[in-house]
Design a binder for this molecule. Structure first.
Ligand SMILES: *[C@@H]1O[C@H](CO)[C@@H](O)[C@H](O)[C@H]1NC(C)=O
Length: 226
């Protein structure tokens, strides 16, 4: 759909959570506290797993990676939000919005994938301890985590590129405190049906993987178990 006389905006404006100064200061303290706890707790977890050699197991490597994703994921949204509580004009340049969407989505993807891996590896450990001890080496662990990162980064790149081919002509005001994909789709003046199909397809696949009752490799070996 071609739009005539489209003056492209160079940035977006967030409305934030409130426009009252005192409310914003209260929220700043609250969110600073929550963000601080998130970072310290996750950093503590990573350091603990790194320092204690008893915790050098696949399970703890996954946990450590989950903590890492948690820090990155919350930082993409929180840092800008916290800075915005202090400023009058809550603008975000177009490019920073793309970066925010990219990292937000990438780390969210990686976190979900690592969480799913953790669940499957737990499953093997409980239902097939023999297979677990023979198969689960440090190398396999690194490979699994690497796959999660590669899939997450590629998926996010595809989605972000599609979002930023849209044009935004009518308005650049986002009634939120970060660049959320669904709000950008609603704001766009282009045809967003392909983007919507992509979002639904990805979520459909993710749900399919999550509800897969048992990984096929485990079914093959299942009769080893008494
Ligand atoms: C993530 O997992 C890999 C593979 O198990 C591990 O080598 C690495 O140290 C972990 N990374 C973090 C930040 O914990």
């Amino acid at each position: 759909m071609a739009v005539e006389n489209c003056t492209m905006f160079t940035d977006f404006i967030f409305l934030g959570l409130s426009d009252r100064q005192d409310v914003q200061q209260g929220l700043l303290v609250l969110f600073l506290l929550v963000y601080g706890i998130t970072v310290i707790a996750n950093l503590g977890m990573i350091l603990l797993i790194k320092m204690d050699s008893k915790l050098h197991t696949p399970m703890h490597y996954f946990l450590s990676n989950l903590s890492f994703c948690d820090i990155c994921y919350s930082s993409t949204v929180s840092l800008k939000m916290l800075a915005d509580f202090l400023s009058e004009q809550k603008t975000i340049p177009y490019s920073l919005c793309a970066i925010q969407i990219y990292y937000f989505r990438a780390f969210a993807d990686v976190e979900c994938l690592v969480l799913a891996l953790t669940a499957y590896v737990h499953y093997v450990a409980v239902y097939n301890p023999l297979l677990y001890t023979t198969v689960m080496s440090k190398r396999v662990c690194i490979q699994l985590v690497a796959i999660a990162y590669i899939v997450g980064l590629i998926d996010s790149a595809v989605h972000t590129c599609c979002k930023f081919q849209l044009s935004f002509c009518h308005s650049n005001i986002i009634n939120h405190f970060f660049c959320d994909i669904s709000l950008l789709l609603a704001l766009s003046t282009s045809d967003t049906s392909i983007n919507e199909i992509m979002v639904f397809t990805f979520i459909g696949c993710a749900m399919g993987v999550q509800h897969c009752p048992r990984p096929p490799v485990l079914q093959l070996h299942h009769n080893y178990h008494p």
